[in-house]
Design a protein around this ligand. Structure first.
Ligand code: SAH
Length: 217
């Protein structure tokens, strides 16, 4: 077994399963996807540690546990079309891509988007489309989505994203102030699509969503 595989197994047992994540497909994906390829070379030794890491442009790759928590909340079975706002390193994108049918991911910063694209291509994730722009608007041409995830914090749930959520769909997003937020899961009821069921998944700290539904630079 290579040394990174060992580190991944340890990460999943110690940081993720131990904290209550139980979706076996999520655990398996996190044991498989090489997180160290998504961090800067100088940080490879910390790739599997229990914290976020800088990825350049003042952005971060989320802590592994948070990736697991958000992914589990989307309840993916393999058939879904998923919209992600905030591609960043592409690590969360890869986890999603291995658990659903297609991922549509939007990143504001072109250099991060192209770096993520390169790594995802290298790992043969052909079911990922990446677009550069403000994810506040969602991706109208490809809507509706069975699941939507935003990995940048906003003061409120971006209304265009709610519009693009399919009946029965799940949206997971950090909502709150610039420094601390609450992670919310919203489910659009299948039998009453006008109703959204909110769930509080706990406190979190994300970088800011910059754009129409977020903050100015
Ligand atoms: N899931 C990523 C998290 C990256 S941090 C990872 O684990 O690597 C959040 C990302 O959201 C940053 O890359 C930031 O540039 C991006 N972002 C911020 N506002 C955005 C917006 N309005 N639209 C799209 N991406 C945005």
């Amino acid at each position: 077994m290579d040394r990174y595989k060992k580190q991944r197994l340890r990460m999943v047992e110690g940081q993720i399963r131990a904290r209550g994540i139980s979706d076996e497909r999520v655990l398996k994906a996190m044991e498989t996807i090489p997180r160290h390829l998504f961090v800067d070379e100088g940080l490879i030794a910390s790739a599997y540690s229990d914290n976020p890491l800088p990825i350049g442009e003042r952005q971060t790759i989320s802590q592994p546990y948070i990736v697991a928590l958000m992914t589990q909340a989307l309840s993916l079975t393999g058939k879904e079309r998923v919209l992600e706002i905030g591609t960043g390193s592409g690590y969360q994108t890869a986890i999603l891509a291995s658990l659903c049918d297609r991922v549509f991911s939007i990143e504001r910063i072109a250099s991060l988007a192209s770096r993520a694209r390169r790594i995802l291509d290298h790992l043969n994730f052909y079911n990922v489309a990446i677009r550069v722009g403000d994810g506040s608007w969602g991706w109208k041409e490809e809507a509706p989505f069975d699941a939507i995830i935003t990995t940048a914090a906003a003061p409120r749930i971006p209304p265009y994203l709610i519009e693009q959520l399919a009946p029965g769909g799940r949206l997971v997003a950090p909502i709150g102030g610039r420094d601390v937020q609450t992670l919310y899961k919203m489910t659009r009821k299948a039998d009453a699509p006008d109703e959204l069921l909110p769930e509080d998944l706990g406190g979190c700290r994300f970088v800011s969503l910059i754009g129409e539904s977020g903050w100015k630079e």
